[in-house]
Write a protein that binds this ligand. Structure first.
Ligand SMILES: Cc1ncc(COP(=O)(O)O)c(C=O)c1O
Length: 464
């Protein structure tokens, strides 16, 4: 019996038994219930408790979020599901430098999303070339390779560096070494965790990718020694180690490290996924202590990386956009088919990134971060002097951390973040006894003063 006659026979049997109306009714009711449930979820008629339970029940437990459920954001503020308002002092790990839902970025994104979202790189698209010209001119490089996430851009830089080493430097195949720093954080792919010393990020994810050598951060002597080994292709470094707790190196570390790379014919690779795009009070952290009043002037403190890695704030947090920038002599080692991504370079990403970078220039976000950062650290230093709970404050621009006078295993930093949340400000511990403070760079001075008051009150009221 074929499928059609089987279905007809089943239907006539159901009709004979009078079951069809019941079946149709049940299916209607079930469908109705399912639709109501979906509508509830879509309309977010949830309490914070319910939303947290849903994540807990249905999502992998690969994060340990602060117990707050955010539903809306605007500028420096976010609101939870019950409508409570908070100052955001994390900015999605420095992705939301331009503030939540910046209208110029959102408009660029929605306008392009209604026109053309994705072509893949199988074809040209009408935005990519314009974006590539914009971003290369903006940062002063000849070429860009567009990707989506920070980790992908780091992987991209590693691949370019290795290929450059074999094809331009003449290192024997599979022998290239990239020097990295202890306590680094460059993302979470299998290759990247291979050279991490964070046991949570690394343990049980082997076998690990070879070809990396670690040196202590901010130690030029150790770097000099490592870079003079045979087969060294490059040095991959964060100009300030964000995840490690805003480890801020000596002022000349980056420029001297780049000099050592040049001396050894190796690439200087700056991972500015977190530090870049105005966060540290200059367009890039490799700008050093500049006092640019307008768009980046690349003053004498500027160190040009051979490969610059950007992500996060490249889209103002609206969309995953990352990039690797370099000059022709390096980027030309990549040929068709050797690297890519379906979404990398899509037209929405291009429009979003151009808008996000334009906001940084127009609203003088680097200059604002520079000015507010000075105020923040000075006020935190007063608190450190006053409170036995604190050991110190460090950072640059609006990427700062306070060090808690407790062990890295203690819960004090976490408890303080929960107490700050209750007082209307959201920050997160990095490792153990360190709290990172990184608000959107659109914050005003009076808002910052209000935030400092919340932080001080929380710390001074805190009872362990
Ligand atoms: C310096 C640095 N590099 C790379 C990454 C990875 O970026 P993503 O999480 O977008 O993959 C991060 C993320 O925090 C970072 O801080």
């Amino acid at each position: 019996m074929n499928q059609r006659s089987f279905a007809l026979r089943s239907l006539s049997q159901l009709l004979n038994l009078g079951l069809l109306p019941q079946i149709l009714f049940n299916s209607f009711v079930n469908n109705q219930k399912h639709q109501e449930k979906m509508a509830d979820i879509m309309e977010k008629k949830l309490s914070s408790e319910e939303a947290m339970k849903l994540e807990n029940d249905h999502g992998a437990h690969n994060y340990h979020p602060l117990p707050v459920v955010l539903d809306r954001g605007e500028g420096v503020f976010v609101w939870d599901l019950e409508g409570k308002k908070y100052f955001d002092f994390l900015s999605a790990y420095s992705a939301v430098n331009q503030g939540h839902c910046h209208p110029k970025i959102v408009n660029a994104m929605t306008a392009q999303a209604q026109k053309l979202t994705l072509t893949s790189r199988a074809f040209y698209n009408s935005v990519l070339g314009e974006y590539e010209r914009f971003i290369t001119e903006y940062f002063g490089f000849e070429k860009v390779l567009p990707m989506n996430t920070g980790a992908e851009a780091v992987e991209t830089a590693i691949k370019i560096c290795r290929k450059w080493a074999y094809e331009k430097k003449g290192i024997a195949q599979d022998q290239a070494i990239i020097v990295v720093c202890e306590q680094n954080f460059h993302g979470r792919t299998t290759t990247i965790v291979s050279f991490s010393d964070d046991q949570d990020a690394r343990k049980s994810f082997g076998p690990y990718t070879p070809g990396f050598v670690s040196v202590p951060y901010n130690d030029l002597e150790a770097l000099e020694k490592a870079m003079s080994m045979p087969n060294v292709a490059g040095f991959l470094v964060e100009p300030i180690q964000g995840e490690a707790g805003v480890n801020t190196p000596a002022e000349d570390y980056i420029s001297k490290a780049a000099e050592i790379c040049r001396k050894n014919n190796a690439l200087f690779i700056a991972d500015e996924v977190q530090t870049g795009i105005a966060r540290t009070g200059s367009l890039l952290a490799v700008c050093g202590n500049c006092n640019c009043e307008g768009h980046c002037e690349q003053q004498s403190s500027y160190t040009k990386p051979d490969l610059l890695i950007l992500g996060k704030a490249l889209s103002g947090g609206a969309y995953p956009v990352s990039a690797v920038l370099s000059d022709n002599d390096i980027m030309e080692v990549i040929k068709p088919g050797q690297h890519g991504s379906t979404f990398g370079g899509n037209p929405v990403a291009g429009e979003v990134a151009m808008a996000a970078l334009q906001v940084v220039t127009d609203e003088k976000l680097a200059q604002n971060a520079r000015k507010l950062g000075e105020i923040f650290r000075a006020e935190m230093q007063k608190l450190v002097d006053e409170s036995p709970l604190l050991k110190g404050v460090r950072g640059k621009g609006l990427l700062n951390a306070v060090l808690i006078n407790d062990t890295p295993e203690s819960k004090t930093a976490w408890n303080l973040c929960v107490a700050m949340k209750d007082n209307g400000l959201l920050a997160k511990p990095t490792h153990g006894n360190i709290i990172r403070f990184a608000p959107p760079l659109v914050m005003t001075e009076s808002q910052l003063i209000e935030c400092i008051a919340i932080i001080k009150k929380t710390f001074l009221d805190y009872k362990s």
